[in-house]
Ligand binder design. Structure first.
Ligand code: ZN
Length: 242
């Protein structure tokens, strides 16, 4: 079983009737809902308002892959918890960063760049997500591209380090393109950023979006993390006789 924790700041859904109409139980519940239908996933949720944001050492030890949705309250996430999550990623936990969590503390910490910097526009337009890597495990079963009838436009330039795998590039009718599905290795952990998921649109009910997220969870899961030596070490052979 892959142990999954879906984290959501859970602010918009309680402050906005428009958002609550789309995600009455919260975005985390919608995501946990479709993940829980997969026989190989064991899913829990955590939110900002819980003690330690629901991300205690015990929860992190019991998590193989974490998903992160945030927007309004990035600054309210404690630095201590962010560092705890970052260390867990470096030790092998997978992290899937969703939509406006591009500006989250945890993503900025792991990327080391100003990932909050990009073009954006809410104009109720469709977006087309082109598959850049047809062989990639995250992109299986999608064909050449998929479309969302309504999603927020994000556009380049996106201030991220060069991805290790570029899985999706999206196109917006306004003319922008955006690296909307990107993978990185950080330490022993794997990180995936996936752009769709604005809070006022029903994006997380879309079958293609759900397929991508399920496949991203499986891709990010490391069954076994290899221990390695980090101490002062003796030479493996006597090199004085060479
Ligand atoms: Zn948004």
């Amino acid at each position: 079983m892959i142990r999954v924790t879906v984290w959501n700041e859970f602010v918009h859904e309680r402050n906005s009737a428009e958002v609550a109409a789309v995600y009455p139980e919260g975005i985390h519940a919608a995501i946990a809902g479709f993940l829980s239908k997969e026989a190989d996933l064991r899913v829990r949720t955590a939110t900002l308002d819980m003690p330690e944001h629901g991300l205690t050492q015990e929860v992190l030890k019991d998590t193989d892959v974490m998903l992160w949705w945030g927007h309004h309250a990035h600054r309210e996430v404690s630095d201590e918890v962010v560092e705890r999550v970052a260390q867990r990623v470096l030790d092998g936990m997978g992290l899937i960063v969703l939509h406006s969590a591009h500006a989250s503390k945890i993503f900025r910490r792991l990327m080391g760049t100003n990932t909050h910097k990009l073009r954006w526009r809410e104009d109720e337009k469709m977006q087309r997500y082109w598959v850049m890597d047809l062989a990639h495990p995250i992109a299986q079963g999608l064909g050449d591209y998929f479309e969302l009838p309504v999603e927020e436009t994000y556009g380049e330039h996106f201030d991220i380090p060069k991805p290790d795998d570029l899985v999706f590039v999206s196109w917006a009718p306004g003319g922008e393109v955006f690296r909307s599905g990107c993978c990185w290795n950080r330490g022993q952990g794997r990180v995936f950023y996936f752009q769709p998921g604005h809070e006022t649109y029903p994006t997380y009910y879309d079958p293609n979006v759900q397929k991508v997220i399920v496949q991203a969870v499986r891709w990010a899961y490391r069954e076994q993390v290899q221990p390695f030596v980090t101490d002062h070490t003796q030479a493996l052979a006597d090199i004085s006789k060479r």
